[in-house]
Design a protein around this ligand. Structure first.
Ligand code: ZN
Length: 234
């Protein structure tokens, strides 16, 4: 989920001016400055084929000029091993540590660090279609469909789970394969659908995840044994 925004001329000008201050006798190289959505407040500079590539955290978009000038100075000074002017360093540090900025950074970390919800359409199976079909067959179509998604990794330890925080059923991508029989995928989805129907309850102080009702209903799945056998092979 990394997005880039091309920056208007102004910030490139800031960098050019700063470059001239630091290296008055050399020509300004071609500059490419962009705001970039890092997960944190982060700024980078690289020299590639004579071109300076600068990425500035998009959290600093709209920052006052003196802050952007400070960033330009710090990055270019680092790049060309010049001493960093203390005033610039202080200005930048102060700005970034203001409450406004740290709240913004915190929020973005939460959003960007969040679980990526992939699509329900895999290479072989479509989880939404499977959910809808099972919903009709076993639940009279009464369950509201949560987000259905294949996991981003090929997880073997977690074949499927219902994530109440994101209202999502996540199925391990290892099942999205033509060699995997449909009933095995259906079983995983069916199991998670039972979690939707039977929310986790507290019995005494113990969490009861697979209650007696849950297990009884799971046993009504026609290919339960075949599915369990297949899962053992994984
Ligand atoms: Zn379970």
């Amino acid at each position: 989920m990394l997005l880039c925004f091309q920056v208007p001329v102004l910030i490139s000008q800031l960098f050019e001016e700063t470059y001239c201050e630091l290296r008055p006798r050399s020509t300004v190289p071609e500059l490419n400055v962009e705001f970039f959505s890092f997960a944190n407040i982060n700024n980078t500079i690289r020299l590639r084929e004579g071109k300076l590539l600068v990425r500035i955290s998009d959290l600093l978009e709209g920052a006052p000029d003196y802050v952007l000038r400070a960033i330009a100075h710090i990055l270019l000074a680092k790049m060309y091993r010049k001493p960093i002017n203390r005033e610039h360093a202080t200005r930048y540090r102060r700005y970034v540590s203001t409450q406004h900025m740290s709240q913004k950074a915190h929020l973005v970390r939460q959003i960007r660090g969040r679980k990526r919800i992939d699509s329900a359409q895999g290479h072989t199976y479509n989880l939404e279609a499977i959910f809808d079909e099972l919903n009709t067959r076993f639940f009279h179509g009464l369950l509201a469909r949560p987000q259905m998604t294949w996991s981003s990794e090929h997880a073997r330890n977690r074949l499927g789970h219902y994530d109440p925080a994101h209202n999502a059923i996540v199925v391990s991508r290892i099942f999205d394969h033509p060699r995997v029989p449909r009933f095995a995928v259906e079983y995983i989805v069916y199991h998670e659908m039972l979690h939707l129907k039977h929310p986790v309850r507290l019995r005494g102080s113990r969490r009861c995840v697979h209650s007696a009702e849950f297990q009884a209903e799971e046993r009504t799945f026609p290919q339960l044994e075949e599915a369990k056998q297949f899962l053992k092979l994984l």
